[in-house]
Design a protein around this ligand. Structure first.
Ligand SMILES: [Zn+2]
Length: 302
């Protein structure tokens, strides 16, 4: 009875110490967080993710299998800034896992370590459809934020599993080394992109634009999360004609027919880009995702 009590207490506070073979169970909301967590955790963690790279992360179906993953998790890492507001509360309520509830040791709101852009001034009325009421949550598309995410995982995994801290530190450094090396390789593409006018469907490309220097002259959506209206399409056509933008950048889960309308009117290219790891086979991990997206945009704006 006493042993059972101790076991329960240890479980509640998330102590893995003493169990040399135990891996931290890490669940992430997106495939990008998953890939970076895996890079840092290596074989010391068991990682899984909820959303796939080709799905709209704002709108994921809350499946029972996700609840089961979360029930056993030591860490729940999510993008935050309300990106997952439509589905995360349901999953966390269902999982009833104190370790990963707000205030628990494994509740990891990754947005806390990122400088957030597009934070609205004043209050935002969500009923008007704006899905970014706390600022822009698509921050992983800037490699500097990829580094911040990796360091956060290093620190959190080391806190929960101190005996493997040296491994997490070494893995994190290896991730940054790999990213730094890749970054040197795509400098010519960055130079080609800098200052070039483009159209984006959603404001998901804002951090990418900050990093690459591409100039987003119009959005297909009149507001983040609000589908293009006829008047918005006219405004986009006008912006393309005014600026000479050569490309509309959009995710695979939006309705490209509307982008094709603008393309027919202006000759602009429609470029479907994965916003996340696994969104296309070439974007197999975080570094390859960045490399692929930068190369595709560079080709399109040349
Ligand atoms: Zn968004």
């Amino acid at each position: 009875m006493l042993a059972r009590l101790f076991a329960t207490a240890a479980l509640l506070v998330g102590i893995a110490a003493g169990d040399a073979g135990a891996q931290l169970k890490v669940v992430t909301s997106t495939s990008d967080l998953y890939d970076i967590a895996r890079s840092v955790g290596g074989d010391r963690i068991k990682a899984s993710h909820i959303g796939e790279g080709f799905q709209d992360p704002h709108f994921i179906e809350a499946k029972p299998s996700f609840v089961i993953q979360l029930r056993n998790a030591d860490v729940w890492a999510f993008v935050g800034l309300d990106l997952e507001i439509g589905w995360m509360p349901l999953l966390l309520d269902g999982a009833r896992n104190q370790k990963i509830m707000m205030g628990g040791p494994g509740y990891l709101d990754v947005s806390k370590v990122v400088p957030v852009i597009d934070v609205p001034r004043g209050t935002v009325d969500r009923s008007q459809g704006d899905v970014h009421p706390l600022g822009n949550p698509h921050y992983w598309l800037d490699p500097e934020n990829g580094r911040r995410i990796a360091r956060l995982f290093r620190d959190k995994f080391s806190e929960l599993d101190p005996k493997n801290a040296a491994t997490y530190t070494a893995n994190e450094q290896a991730f940054e080394d790999r990213l730094n090396a890749a970054e040197k390789g795509w400098q010519a593409d960055l130079a080609a992109i800098k200052g070039k006018p483009v159209v984006a469907w959603h404001t998901s490309w804002r951090y990418f634009a900050e990093y690459t220097g591409m100039d987003i002259v119009a959005y297909m959506e009149p507001k983040p999360g609000v589908p293009p209206s006829p008047s918005q399409l006219m405004a986009v056509v006008a912006a393309v004609k005014r600026t000479g933008a050569k490309v509309i950048i959009m995710e695979p889960f939006y309705d490209r027919k509307l982008a094709d309308v603008v393309a027919r009117e202006t000759g602009v290219q429609v470029l479907i880009l994965p916003p996340s790891v696994g969104g296309t086979p070439a974007a197999a991990d975080y570094v390859k995702l960045m490399q692929y997206d930068i190369a595709q945009v560079a080709k399109a704006v040349k």
